[in-house]
Design a protein around this ligand. Structure first.
Ligand SMILES: [Zn+2]
Ligand SMILES: [Zn+2]
Length: 283
């Protein structure tokens, strides 16, 4: 009986997987990866033979690209987690469902192979890759912009891979080391996001942007702005209207940590100086 149930579960799982990941989507994933690698190689070749390419320029562009990709990963992830419904046409199934499912089954991503993990991000990066390749390389400024864009989408491409590794029980040794020194997304850091109500630490490339964005209350502010402009309630589809409203009111009334810290600092400096302790001691 137990075995029967186990087999049934496995069958359902495989069926769902087959439905969600058709041969056509797989072919598109592989084509996207090949196109992306081709464009990035063309860019590297252009930079390699360019007159304005220098090591510092490349290093700065690659670092800035890493921060930008981390930020972009946070914004896209926040949108998928927070807005819209899985029932929406096209977007719902292709874009929103994977984000919602990831909270329910966070290990599913570890069962995806290279093409399934990285195909999507390669596809969305192709327009930017084309732009980076065709930009003029006539001055150091243009070379910087082109290198920055090329680096940013390289890290965007790497994001799902880093995210997948952060959910693996035993990642390869080198990956484990890079996670421990926080050069790629560390599992413990990412688990802060995987704690209900899943409303912070959205950045999943390396996570360096998570703390600064949380300090300034970036995502709660964006949610208030969108609710003010459209009347939509964040996470309504995901956790239900009542819970979503309660959470929205709680975050709306909370001040960003940076404001709290500034107030505490101001209070500490303006507070009355403690009276000096009398130096007279009984002798
Ligand atoms: Zn999420
Ligand atoms: Zn995750």
């Amino acid at each position: 009986m137990k075995n029967e149930l186990k087999n049934q579960l496995r069958q359902q799982d495989a069926k769902a997987l087959a439905q969600g990941y058709s041969p056509a989507i797989r072919a598109m994933d592989i084509a996207s990866i090949v196109t992306f690698v081709g464009l990035e190689s063309a860019l590297v070749w252009r930079l390699w033979s360019g007159a304005h390419t220098g090591p510092w320029l490349v290093l700065c562009a690659v670092l800035l690209g890493y921060l930008a990709a981390d930020f972009v990963s946070g914004v896209v992830h926040w949108m998928g987690d927070t807005w819209g419904s899985t029932e929406m046409p096209v977007l719902g199934k292709a874009f929103i469902r994977p984000f919602r499912e990831h909270h329910v089954d966070e290990k599913a991503i570890t069962r995806h192979d290279f093409a399934e993990t990285n195909g999507n991000n390669c596809l969305v990066s192709i327009p930017v890759a084309i732009l980076a390749v065709v930009l003029p390389h006539s001055s150091p400024g243009w070379v910087f912009v082109s290198t920055f864009l090329g680096a940013m989408i390289f890290w965007v491409m790497a994001t799902n891979q880093f995210h997948k590794w952060s959910h693996m029980d035993e990642p390869p040794a080198l990956i484990g080391f890079l996670q421990r020194v926080h050069l790629i997304l560390p599992p413990a850091h990412h688990q802060i996001h995987h704690t209900a109500p899943y409303n912070k630490y959205y950045c999943i490339t390396v996570g360096w942007m998570n703390k600064p964005l949380a300090m300034i209350g970036f995502f709660p502010a964006m949610e208030r702005l969108i609710t003010w402009a459209t009347g939509l309630i964040p996470r309504k589809d995901d956790i239900g209207t009542e819970a979503a409203l309660e959470l929205f009111e709680a975050t709306a009334s909370a001040e960003p940590p940076v404001v709290q810290a500034a107030k505490e600092l101001l209070e500490a400096t303006t507070a009355e100086e403690p009276k000096p302790v009398s130096s007279a001691r009984p002798s």
